[in-house]
Every structure is written in structure tokens, then in C-alpha cells.
Design a protein around this ligand. Sequence first.
Ligand SMILES: [Zn+2]
Length: 135
Amino acid sequence: MRFHTASHLMCAVLPYLVDGCSITADYARLDFVTNDPLSREDIDGRLAALVAASKSVSAETITVEALMANPELIRTMSVNPPMGTGHIRLIRIEDVDLQPCGGTHVACTAEVGAIRVAKIEKKTARTRRVVLGFA
Ligand SMILES: [Zn+2]
């Protein structure tokens, strides 16, 4: 849950499409579609600021029609939100991030705790892989 919630924070810190992600008990790995140089210190600092700000994390639902009218809400290319029920579950991190997600989250960003970028690597010519670990 901590890393999963942290992956939402990462989406807020790095405003790129996500082309893959893997979250385990030990690390969170996200592949961002970008050629921009990524700074570990910069990402660490912005993540720490979001954790320290103790933003609330909450779930809400909207209709499929509303989601379609706001396609920028769909951040991940590889994961399509479930549309079968006509309603989509959204996860809102206060003032930070809003996106469809069916996962489990901590209630507040402070609960994410101390995390840091363990590794940044060039995965393909157009993607950069960022691995997060506990600090
Ligand atoms: Zn989520």
C-alpha cells in the first residue's frame, strides 16, 4: 500500500505517461515515457515534500461518460480502468493527483513514510525506469 500510494505521488512528480509498473513489498518500479533527463535528488526532494505535506488520500466514483470527457485522468497506457459497471473508481490525493485506480492505498501521504529513488535507468530509447525503495 505504501509503494502503491507512492506510485501515485510519482505520477504527480513526473508528469509523463506510464508504460509499465511493478509494485512489490520491497520496491516500486515505474517506466515513464520520456527522454528528459531525470534527477534522483530532484525526485527524492519532491516526493519527500509530498509525504511531509500529509495529503489525504480518498476514493470517489465518476461515470464512464465523465471519465471519457476528461481523458487526461487516464495516466497509464498499459492499464485500462474497468468500465463494465458504468462507474469508475478514482483515487484522489488532495491537491496532488487524481486518477482511476482499483488498488489499495494508505489514508494519508504521511503514511508512505521515508522513500527514495533507488535507481534510474534507460529502459528503452523512449522510456526511463525509476525504482523506488524505502529510505
Ligand atoms: Zn492506486
